[in-house]
Design a protein around this ligand. Structure first.
Ligand code: SF4
Length: 423
């Protein structure tokens, strides 16, 4: 007899408010991907993404699976407890559970630590046979060869933001605030090019995003993939690093294969701040030249910007705005520095007694400050960050930046207005 399974992509209200009205919110692909491992002769699958769906608490499910990231952790624990009190069996995995497994075990029936390619199918078999274990843990980093295509048919009410693809996993770099090294056991891997192309071919729409942590982590691989992608005539975006964008052959291939924009973590316009978090791959003096080059190939730049480094003083907000206007940055995703568990940054701040709370809801990088900054109060950091966002998306700054960029003007205008509306 079939069992019922509910897969949840969680999102608490605080974060949802931020994401909801922005233009380019592509789906989180984890749960559609995990759904592809499920034997449909054993399970009836329901997938809920809290971004645009409500969790059906009144319905009964044999099994509930939740992927947990740090800012959603407390929210996920409440969901788990609600279903367990109704008799459902709850399994959790994802970055937060991988980094803090003991905490995870306190809030559900089973946990999956690390990458799920081997453990998730084993758990599903064990659960179906009535013998699930408390903890499942990978002993190795799984190969990405032959992995299944995400079950996109389960995604509801998403249109052009439905297409997300993973071509690689991890990142070769080691920024001190980033938790990828700890999650992926310090490894960077790519999928076979042909399999990525087949995955992209299955996306019904024209637009998709590479949901990779660093799509240019292996340049030879990226070039080979982009050559194969060109005939598909798709439009795409990806997260990459600035240093690799000096390679004009790579930019040419990106342009020819339909790239619209890169998301690049510039993070800061201060060399000292970048050094303080081991982000030496960004060279502030080289920003203008590389950004101009990216624009020259018709590609927009959505910059990641972070406030709150130990070298940031109160003038950082204004200085950053001036730099963005001058460089012609098309859009920005702005965050407050967040010491995610198990990262070098977390350890440093914990040792220095500067963590203000261990309530994970505060670790979202958007609505709260979780630590004591060095050169300002948490309130000043938060207010400066909010003011920067308003000014960056003011008509004055939009005009200055897009006038300098002169790239994909209509797209950039819509994205900027989308962000402006979300403030
Ligand atoms: S470059 Fe980006 S993905 Fe790579 S370690 Fe740094 S923050 Fe993480």
């Amino acid at each position: 007899m079939k069992k019922t399974i509910l897969l949840i992509t969680p999102e608490n209200q605080e974060i949802n408010y931020f994401r909801k009205r922005q233009f380019n919110n592509f789906i989180q692909i984890t749960m559609p991907y995990l759904a592809a491992f499920i034997n449909e002769e054993h399970y009836d699958i329901t997938l809920i993404d809290e971004y645009n769906q409500k969790i059906p608490f009144k319905e009964d499910f044999d099994l509930v699976a939740i992927t947990v990231n740090t800012p959603n952790a407390n929210h996920c624990y409440k969901i788990a407890e609600a279903f367990m009190s109704k008799g459902s069996y709850v399994v959790m995995g994802g970055p937060h559970v991988t980094l803090l497994p003991h905490e995870g075990t306190l809030h559900c029936n089973s946990i999956i630590i690390g990458e799920a390619e081997e453990t998730w199918p084993q758990f599903l078999i064990d659960f179906y046979n009535g013998v699930p274990k408390k903890i499942y843990q990978t002993t190795d980093t799984p190969s990405l060869k032959g992995i299944p295509t995400p079950k996109r048919s389960l995604i509801r009410r998403r249109f052009f933001t439905k297409g997300a693809v993973i071509a690689s996993r991890g990142c070769p770099y080691s920024c001190s605030y980033c938790n990828l090294k700890q999650i992926y056991c310090n490894s960077f891997r790519t999928r076979p090019v042909g399999e990525v192309i087949e995955d992209i071919r299955e996306i019904a729409g024209r637009y998709f995003v590479f949901w990779d942590d660093n799509f240019f982590g292996d340049i030879k691989f990226a070039k080979e993939l982009l050559r194969e992608l060109k005939p598909l005539k798709k439009k795409w975006a990806a997260q990459v690093t600035l240093d690799q964008c000096q390679d004009e052959e790579l930019l040419q291939l990106a342009k020819e294969s339909g790239c619209i924009y890169f998301f690049i973590g510039l993070e800061s316009f201060s060399e000292a701040s970048l050094q303080s978090v081991n982000k030496g791959i960004n060279n502030v003096k080289g920003y203008q030249k590389i950004i101009d080059l990216i624009h020259q190939y018709g590609i927009s730049l959505q910059a990641g910007i972070i406030f709150g480094f130990d070298t940031d003083a109160k003038d950082v907000f204004n200085n950053t705005l001036l730099a963005c206007n001058q460089l012609g940055i098309d859009g920005a995703t702005v965050s407050i520095l967040t010491p995610l568990p198990k990262t070098p940054l977390y350890k440093q701040l914990k040792e220095e007694g500067r963590l203000l709370t261990e309530d994970w809801t505060h670790y979202n990088g958007k609505t709260r400050v979780a630590y004591q900054p060095k050169n300002m109060t948490p309130k000043e950091l938060f207010e400066g960050y909010m003011k920067f966002r308003k000014e960056f998306y003011s008509f004055k700054s939009i005009y200055k930046r897009l006038k300098k960029s002169r790239t994909n003007l209509l797209h950039n205008l819509i994205v900027n207005l989308g962000y402006k509306m979300s403030l």
